[in-house]
Design a protein around this ligand. Sequence first.
Ligand code: CU
Length: 108
Amino acid sequence: MLHIALATIAAAGALCVAASGAAAAAPAKHTVTIADMRYEPAVLTVKKGDSVTFVNKDIFPHTATAAGQFDSRTIEPQRKWTFRAMRAGEFPYICTLHPNMKGTLKVE
Ligand SMILES: [Cu+2]
């Protein structure tokens, strides 16, 4: 009887640890809004594994392009593009259609 009780407590404890560990590691979702020819926020810091969605609310097509790192290709107005930041670093990006549009993604 005592043996069963101890086993139950141990199992409950293990479950607790697993649940809190999973919560801490859960990737976050971030949004960069594109409007009026700008990225908002222009500088975004995320954790490795997080996902970033670029939402084009402008009336023009845009891209979010960091050469050799990530490239949304054309995001039409009212469309979005999501990618997962798997590499740590600081990635300046531009819109290839309007190269004066600049943003930076920092991945920790
Ligand atoms: Cu653009």
